[in-house]
Design a protein around this ligand. Structure first.
Ligand SMILES: [Zn+2]
Ligand SMILES: [Zn+2]
Length: 285
């Protein structure tokens, strides 16, 4: 069952400015009634007050946030290869189309029919098809391009801001200025300290499987991973980092494993793996 979502304009713009997250949160449990592989369509308002199509998230995982999370307990994750952010500049107003869908939207300004819990609605297959047709000619948003996260993490870990800026320039010309500044200037300075702190806190051991390279090889081989990816808006802070072995690190990136804050686990395609050793708090964003 596809869904329609009203993404508050300022939240949508913040998501893009800080690194497109390819996920959405809500307090309404209807968000989790969507099936994996179905689409969540989001529309949003521009600064000029018009309504435009923002995103098609093709759902690949459903997780919960920790209790008290400000944007609600339910989270959807879009498949990175199949989901799309649409360019909002130059788009015609979508209100007329939304009124043609099966969802009730009687308010004179369409967004007012989608406040609070009503921000998320069920769509029929016919509604989904109308949106697919509508979206066919809308260009994609260049700022939603993703950086290669493993390479970004590796360069930031070295504290090498030149290497980071080369990577960002060569991979994603469209990345938002705010995010670019943060990744150039702040993250490379802080990161090496954080990794050392994590290694101290966990004695160099993988938080997922307990692998202990210090005792086996007398080397620090575990790596810091950003639970909420840096290239998708995550912070370079301890509360967004775990210490894991290279095998787990590869597996998480290659499968784009979402994190479930409710049970502190990574959601892999065939199983969940809980963070076994936890001595610092992780915080969702
Ligand atoms: Zn491990
Ligand atoms: Zn990582």
């Amino acid at each position: 069952m596809p869904l329609l979502y009203h993404w508050v304009g300022k939240n949508y713009r913040r998501d893009l400015d800080w690194g497109a997250g390819y996920h959405l949160n809500q307090s309404n449990r209807l968000l989790h009634e969507i099936d994996i592989g179905d689409s969540l369509w989001a529309f949003t308002s521009t600064t000029k007050g018009t309504y435009v199509l923002a995103v098609q998230l093709v759902v690949r995982a459903k997780t919960r946030n920790a209790s008290g999370f400000r944007y609600g307990p339910f989270r959807l994750w879009g498949d990175l290869k199949r989901s799309r952010y649409f360019r909002t500049e130059g788009q015609p107003d979508i209100s007329v189309l939304i009124r043609r869908l099966s969802v009730k939207s009687n308010a004179s300004v369409v967004g007012r029919s989608f406040q609070g819990h009503a921000a998320v609605r069920r769509l029929t297959a016919a509604d989904h098809q109308l949106l697919m047709d509508y979206a066919r000619y809308i260009p994609l948003e260049p700022r939603a391009r993703l950086l290669p996260e493993e390479r970004l993490e590796a360069r930031i870990l070295l504290g090498d801001s030149d290497a980071v800026s080369r990577l960002i320039r060569s991979e994603a010309p469209g990345i938002a200025d705010e995010r670019r500044r943060y990744l150039f200037e702040k993250a490379p300075q802080r990161n090496p300290e954080h990794v050392n702190e994590l290694r101290k806190l966990y004695g160099g051991v993988c938080q997922l499987c307990g692998w202990n390279p210090r005792s086996q090889y007398r080397r620090d081989l575990c790596e810091a991973h950003h639970v909420h990816w840096l290239s998708r808006g995550g912070d370079d802070e301890l509360h967004n980092m775990v210490l894991i072995c290279p095998n787990h690190h590869r597996a998480i990136h290659r499968t784009d494993a979402p994190f479930d804050w409710a049970d502190m686990s990574f959601v892999f395609p065939r199983n969940r793996q809980v963070v076994q050793i936890s001595r610092h708090a992780l915080q969702a964003k």
